[in-house]
Write a protein that binds this ligand. Structure first.
Ligand code: NAD
Length: 450
């Protein structure tokens, strides 16, 4: 491990990763490799998570290819030092900010989108001119194997290297000093990563999880809400960090919404192969324990051998139910009811800040109230999960759902140190601030600064 870390350090010192041409070439190589490996990646995702070819493309391969295209289009502009304003008392100086690569970076990924969640940050790390060690999830073995082939046949290990193994490998990587760490995974492991990074004062992005609420008020387009929630929740068998974790529906529209939701699921999941499987036995059994049988109003058929759980709705759930005690991360959807929005907002304020929040309403005042009063990573009005797809807006959590954000230019920015500097003229020198000080100088300074 130490050899590869030292090799990458040496390679970064050659400055080769810094030129625009180099970065561009590497992004093109990554793009071409992903296209060449498309079938293998899809087969591996099917083996690990029973992910359909369509979902594999839209949420993993195509998602990342679009990001590469976006980055290639804008990289030159992003890399240019930016001229900034300079206050009048600094007359004779010009101010700039340039983005410089941090150096050696580490990307640690989770199992649910095992390709996208390591290659998407990789796009940012390459664009910003860093070397990278990637540690993918050990739970998705088939995908891990294809990723190893893809990365090692495309990049020199002294520039980008993929390292595999269980959490002990991640733990030993974290003992070394990196210049930046990008972690996606659970809040619990995020805390370990943060603690380890703090020993070297290494900056981090932590993309974590949590329980993301959805609110449906009396005015909502219930049919649209049902379709959108069914899609956002059961995609990848609910193993999506920004999936609606639970629903709060207004009591006056509860019955109607529930019927529409059942219909939406019936309509969307007609083919068995469109539904993903749970990643491993541990998670399958964990999810089974979250289902209170007396609350089930839809679904709850399962196949232990395949680790399949059908879309399952639990109704009239309360915070005393097991399903509300942890992030679900599976195809189980609890429904709760509310009467007063203000009371619901007060309740949600007592919970940890979620990664996402979704609101279905036609009332502008409600949107304003919910968005102004509740803190969450990001979200959508009258939709679920789609905010993640826009490279023009940053994606990330807040509080226990994460630190920092990425996607598009934000990915380039987080993998770059923003180096600010001034260039001063040699034609004259402003010496007002220099000693010897005097009352006269102080009066003048006061005029300029206040
Ligand atoms: P996890 O935290 O268990 O594992 C993530 C990575 O951490 C793995 O590569 C693993 O090797 C490593 N790891 C595990 N235990 C470790 C330890 N003790 N020390 C060092 N490294 C360790 O996460 P997971 O179960 O793979 O993924 C599910 C979680 O990830 C959910 O909470 C979900 O919300 C979150 N997630 C967040 C996002 C996001 O963008 N915010 C995206 C996907 C998943």
């Amino acid at each position: 491990m130490i050899e590869i870390i030292n090799q990458q350090k040496k390679f970064f010192q050659t400055n080769q990763t810094k030129s625009y041409t180099f970065r561009r070439m590497q992004l093109i190589k990554l793009r071409d490799a992903m296209i060449a490996y498309e079938d293998q990646l899809k087969e591996a995702l099917f083996e690990d998570l029973h992910k359909s070819s369509f979902e594999s493309y839209t949420t993993e391969i195509g998602f990342t290819l679009h990001s590469i295209r976006h980055t290639l289009k804008h990289l030159h502009k992003w890399m240019k030092p930016k001229k900034k304003k300079t206050p009048i008392f600094m007359l004779g100086s010009k101010s700039y900010v340039m983005s410089e690569p941090y150096g050696q970076t580490l990307i640690i990924g989770p199992y649910n989108y095992p390709i996208q969640l390591v290659l998407e940050p990789l796009v940012g790390a390459i664009a910003a001119g860093n070397t990278v060690i990637i540690k993918p999830s050990e739970f998705t073995k088939a995908t891990e194997k294809v990723l190893v082939d893809l990365i090692s046949s495309t990049f020199d290990p002294s520039y980008i290297k993929i390292m595999t193994g269980d959490y002990k490998v991640t733990a030993s990587l974290l003992e070394h000093k990196f210049d930046y760490i990008f972690f996606t995974g659970s809040t619990k492991v995020g805390q370990i990563v943060y603690e380890q990074a703090s020993k070297h004062l290494t900056p981090v992005t932590l993309e974590l999880g949590g329980k993301s609420p959805t609110i449906i008020d009396e005015t909502a387009d219930l049919k649209k809400a049902a379709a959108s929630i069914s899609f956002g929740k059961f995609l990848n068998a609910g193993q999506t960090c920004i999936a609606p974790d639970y629903i709060y529906v207004h009591k006056n529209v509860h019955d109607q919404f529930l019927e529409l939701l059942k219909k939406a699921i019936d309509k969307q999941y007609t083919k068995i192969d469109d539904m993903g499987y749970i990643v491993n036995d541990r998670h399958f059994h964990r999810l089974q324990n979250l289902i209170s049988l007396d609350k089930v109003v839809y679904g709850n058929s399962s196949n232990e051998h395949k680790r399949f759980i059908s879309p399952t709705i639990l109704d009239r759930v309360t915070w005393h139910d097991n399903v509300m005690k942890e992030e679900i991360f599976g195809p189980i959807l609890p429904i709760l009811v509310y009467e007063e929005l203000d009371e619901l907002i007060d309740l949600l304020k007592t919970k940890e800040k979620p990664l996402a929040l979704y609101l279905f309403t036609k009332q502008k005042a409600v949107i304003k109230k919910v968005f102004n009063q509740l803190s969450f990573g990001g979200g959508a009005v009258n939709d679920t999960i789609m905010h993640v797809s826009n490279p023009y807006i940053p994606f990330g959590g807040v509080g226990t759902s994460g630190i920092g954000s990425y996607h598009g230019q934000t990915s380039f920015n987080i993998f770059s140190h923003q180096k600010s500097y001034i260039k001063s003229t040699t034609l004259f020198k402003m010496t007002l601030g220099y000693p010897p000080y005097s009352d006269k100088k102080e009066k003048l300074v006061k005029k300029v600064l206040k």
